[in-house]
Write a protein that binds this ligand. Structure first.
Ligand SMILES: *Cc1c(COP(=O)(O)O)cnc(C)c1O
Length: 345
């Protein structure tokens, strides 16, 4: 029997024994009444880490991002984001469904756009045009392959937003990875934004949840909308305990995942027909372009599955490998060597 090495996503991890212990013994209460001490502890811890007034625990990263749009906008507003943004591609048109807003996309390079490129995308104040209300940034950028949005550019975009009265939102599902990769604390990134979403269920390895963070006034509005969206939870301390364990114990170790990605990329990039933009390998995600093999990403995924390596779709022309805490360096090396040998033969 071949052992399967699962590199589809950093969401496939299962809670460790220590995390399960923390969850099983969590102190709980009814969080809709605001009485769950573990949820409160998690929210205070995360707000403190990010340097924001408040954080709100929510069931998913999608809900977190969409609550931010709901709290920041009114129907008919426009929201700007990069064309490969998660919020535009993988959230089921939720900005239209939940907030009745229109998304306008901005082209990026490896998921990054620059402040100086924004002026033509901003709507003039004409009654028959939508108002540009929010600009969103994704850091790290999922579909671009885990790339870091440079802090200097974020500062410039933040200043641009302030001048024009536009709100600035960060989809920081993997902000932890950006922080570990650069050595810049999460609070240094977060301070430039009006709202920040972070996930506990990606590289940090918690089973459920994200947090939306910002001023107390903003979080009070997001809290109300969380109830409307069906995200009010009762003894949520059981799952919040996993998230609290994750932020306390699993941030610094993300460095190991970044090393695994570099090792994987170096081996796979050598295989005939496969190519990797090595400059984009900055954190825990590797996009492998398969165009030169003459095969589709789905075909490549199916073939590698037969060899015990699970990957997922990246873009139209690439497959995606994601490093996480449930795969060892040895397994990652073995997966990369298997892929290279499949394409050599
Ligand atoms: C995973 C992810 C989300 C949303 O996460 P869910 O918890 O699956 O809803 C949002 N943004 C980015 C960049 C992500 O990678």
């Amino acid at each position: 029997m071949i052992m399967t090495i699962d590199l589809r996503s950093d969401t496939v991890t299962k809670p460790s024994e220590a995390m399960r212990h923390a969850m099983a013994h969590a102190d709980v209460g009814d969080d809709v009444f605001g009485e769950d001490p573990t949820v409160i502890a998690l929210q205070e811890h995360v707000a403190g880490l990010l340097g924001k007034e408040k954080a709100l625990y929510v069931p998913s990263g999608c809900m977190s991002n969409q609550l931010a749009l709901k709290a920041h906008t009114t129907a008919g507003d426009e929201v700007l984001m990069e064309q490969d943004a998660h919020m535009f591609n993988y959230e089921t048109a939720a900005p239209a469904v939940m907030s009745s807003v229109q998304v306008k996309t901005v082209p990026g390079v490896r998921g990054v756009f620059r402040a100086e490129e924004l002026p033509p995308h901003i709507r003039p104040a004409l009654y028959y045009m939508p108002a540009t209300r929010v600009i969103c940034v994704e850091n790290t950028h999922n579909r671009a392959g885990g790339t870091v949005f440079p802090l200097d550019e974020i500062k410039k975009i933040s200043a641009f937003c302030s001048e024009r009265g536009i709100l600035f939102h960060l989809d920081g599902a993997r902000l932890w990875n950006a922080s570990v990769a650069t050595g810049i604390p999460v609070s240094e990134w977060a301070r430039h934004f009006d709202s920040v979403s972070v996930c506990f269920s990606k590289g940090l390895g918690a089973p459920v949840g994200s947090a939306i963070c910002g001023t107390a006034e903003f979080v009070t509005r997001a809290h109300k909308w969380r109830k409307v969206f069906g995200g009010g939870m009762r003894q949520a301390g059981i799952i919040a305990a996993g998230a609290l364990y994750a932020v306390r114990n699993n941030i610094a170790r993300l460095q190991e995942d970044h090393e695994k990605a570099k090792r994987f990329a170096a081996i796979v990039n050598d295989a005939p027909g496969l190519s990797i933009d090595m400059e984009a390998v900055q954190t825990n995600i590797v996009l492998v372009d398969v165009q030169r093999t003459g095969r589709t990403p789905n075909d490549v995924i199916a073939e590698l599955k037969r060899h015990g390596v699970l990957l997922s779709g990246g873009t139209y022309t690439s497959v995606r490998a994601v490093m996480h805490l449930d795969v060892t360096m040895e397994q990652v090396t073995k997966a990369a060597e298997t892929i290279a040998s499949v394409f050599r033969s």
